[in-house]
Design a protein around this ligand. Structure first.
Ligand code: CP
Length: 306
């Protein structure tokens, strides 16, 4: 596996995380027009075996802004339908001459089958496992708001059982000194994830991250109506009033408006949901820059992002 592949948050040290956030911030201002300095064709392929809007098209936007050439793979019109394996598909892209691959796949830890691949692989989500670039963009959004992860109180609520976002955030936030708690219906409890009462968690948190109910992975409302779920387990208007004055709302999206979060709160003053999407493009530029072996723009000192 290439040393610049990004498969899980475990591939990154705290300094790597801060470097990537720092680079992403640079891409929003002083390095806005920076491109990969190469005459070679840096051809990147985006291989999405599961639907995606944010991850796919923010990677594509990041690739275009960096000056890469891009191929978008469609499994349904590829030789996957003739039974070609993931390994052979990926090996084919490497053999053709692609220089990096962005991959989303429904299988947990699909990348374990790809250890022989030498070009960088950027994991855009594996089943219920990991979503490292989502974790990074979430961290960037929190850092922009609070300027530190030390003792930051983060509540992650909803369908934690099927969520790769919950896993990636837990791993990174705990490494960076934040406190992370979870709230969910009992059916979605997850081993090793400390659960608290939702109302108590909402009052405690600096960051309230709501998660989507992942119906495509078998999650169900267990006979509740949308309104009943929102009242019992979602971020309702009543719970919004319980949040700390400076607390913020995150959600990886897509959002089931009116189920895990009240429709009117998606664009409320505490919501940073659309900020997350912008940060996602910037973080993916930083991750691609690292994948091509470029050093961070600025040296990190004292874990502070400049
Ligand atoms: N948050 C996220 O991964 O969204 P997409 O599924 O649209 O990429």
């Amino acid at each position: 596996m290439n040393k610049y592949s990004l498969l899980t948050m475990g591939d990154l040290t705290p300094i790597d995380i801060v470097d990537l956030i720092n680079d992403a911030k640079c891409f929003s201002d002083s390095y806005k027009d920076w491109k990969l300095p190469t005459n070679d064709s840096l051809v990147v392929a985006n291989l999405f075996f599961e639907p995606s809007t944010r991850t796919h098209f923010s990677f594509q936007c990041a690739e275009m802004e960096l000056g890469c050439k891009i191929a978008n793979f469609n499994a349904e019109t590829s030789s996957v339908v003739k039974g070609e394996s993931l390994y052979d598909t990926v090996k084919t892209f490497e053999a053709i001459g692609y220089k990096a691959l962005v991959i989303r796949h429904w299988k947990d830890q699909y990348y374990k089958e790809l250890e022989n691949i030498e070009i960088p692989i950027l994991n855009a989500g594996d089943g219920k496992g990991n979503h490292p670039t989502q974790g990074l963009l979430d961290l960037m959004t929190m850092y922009e708001e609070f300027g530190t992860f030390e003792n930051l109180k983060v509540l992650i609520a909803g369908d934690i059982l099927h969520s790769r976002v919950a896993g990636s955030n837990k791993e990174a936030l705990e490494k960076l000194g934040a406190e992370v708690k979870f709230a969910s219906p009992d059916i979605w409890a997850r081993e090793g994830y400390e659960r608290v009462d939702l109302d108590e968690g909402i009052k405690w948190a600096d960051v309230v991250m709501m998660l989507r109910i992942q119906k495509e992975r078998g999650a169900e409302l267990q006979g509740m109506t949308d309104e009943e779920y929102l009242e019992k387990y979602g971020l309702s208007k009543r719970r919004y009033e319980m949040m700390k004055e400076k607390a913020i709302i995150l959600h990886p999206a897509p959002v089931n408006r009116g189920i895990e979060i009240d429709d009117s709160l998606v664009e409320s003053s505490k919501s940073r949901i659309f900020k997350q999407m912008r940060n996602g493009m910037l973080i993916r530029k930083a991750v691609l820059k690292r994948a091509f072996g470029f050093e961070p723009f600025k040296k990190v000192e004292n874990m502070k992002i400049s």
